[in-house]
Design a protein around this ligand. Structure first.
Ligand code: GUN
Length: 290
């Protein structure tokens, strides 16, 4: 079994971006600048955004964090988005999801200018992806493709099974894996909560992408020996042996599945850091497109 080390790969990519930024600055460009809006005090979201801001400093980007109260009105949040849309200093920005229930997430995402939408969530970017046109790719699926590429995992002609149909991971993942491109050309099956005989399907997979948000959902009996297993889940579970009383775990039963998989991503240290690297790549691209 090969461990697909997202943490080390993300650091490699960040160091490459850092060199790009130094070259840009020498050539008279300004530093790329990412902004992030976070609404409320969801501890997981705060941690993710904190990692994104920290990574900006690592690669030499400027960053701005806008922290808003969970009881902000939808219209006020749209005003904040519009300010970033019009702010010439900001190359790209994200609104960390999920948003509080009283806010229509789609309304907010659609208010972001597509050319500053470095998460790739705006319908223009999602539509371009589905048509195979250049766009900002959603960072998590793009990070998975990049990880497969850096580990030279052959995808052409393979059967990939994607568990989960979310608009930010599962659905764009199926598009990326099936497109006619390097680390694409898979035959893709997308599974979801209404899928029947799930294990029969996953056992046929050469590549399994687990993005369902249920701890240890994917068990060893669901995996074909030698399959590539990518775990997108980040679930916090109780663990009395830890000082905090909890720990992070993925959607895959790592201990058992790692014994039969050909390659597997750990949690933490797998897909999560790759998401950050791809967000930085998108921000660099946004700064060069202006
Ligand atoms: N919530 C979970 N993943 C993401 C992401 O990639 N971007 C944003 N904005 N919110 C998220």
């Amino acid at each position: 079994m090969k461990l697909l080390d997202g943490k080390a790969t993300s650091l490699d990519i960040q160091n490459e971006i850092k060199v790009n930024v130094e070259e840009l600055i020498s050539a008279g460009h300004k530093k790329p600048h990412l902004a992030a809006i976070i609404v409320g005090d969801n501890p997981a979201s705060r941690a993710y955004v904190g990692h994104k801001i920290k990574a900006c400093a690592h690669v030499g980007f400027d960053s701005t964090l806008i922290e808003l109260s969970s009881n902000i009105e939808e219209e006020q949040l749209i005003d904040e988005v519009n300010q970033l849309n019009h702010n010439k200093e900001i190359d790209g920005f994200i609104v960390q999801l999920p948003l509080p229930d009283h806010i229509d997430e789609q309304k907010i995402l659609q208010a972001i200018l597509p050319e500053k939408d470095v998460d790739g969530f705006h319908p223009v970017n999602a539509g371009k992806l589905s048509l195979g046109l250049p766009s900002f790719l959603p960072a998590t699926p793009a990070g998975i493709v990049e990880l497969l590429d850096r580990y030279n995992v052959e995808t052409s002609g393979k059967h990939a099974v994607v568990l989960g149909r979310s608009s930010i991971v599962g659905t764009p993942m199926t598009l990326l894996l099936s497109r006619n491109a390097k680390r694409g050309n898979c035959t893709v099956t997308i599974c979801h909560s209404k899928t029947q005989n799930l294990s029969d399907i996953t056992r046929q997979a050469d590549i399994v992408i687990a993005a369902i948000g249920r701890p240890h959902f994917v068990t060893a009996d669901m995996i074909k020996p030698g399959a590539i297993v990518i775990d997108v889940g980040i679930n916090r579970i109780d663990d009395p042996s830890k000082k905090s009383g909890t720990r992070l775990t993925g959607d895959v039963d790592f201990e058992a599945v790692s014994k039969i998989a050909g390659a597997i991503t750990p949690v933490p240290g797998g897909v999560g850091p790759m998401t950050i690297a791809m967000l930085l790549k998108n921000t660099l691209k946004a700064s060069l497109l202006k």
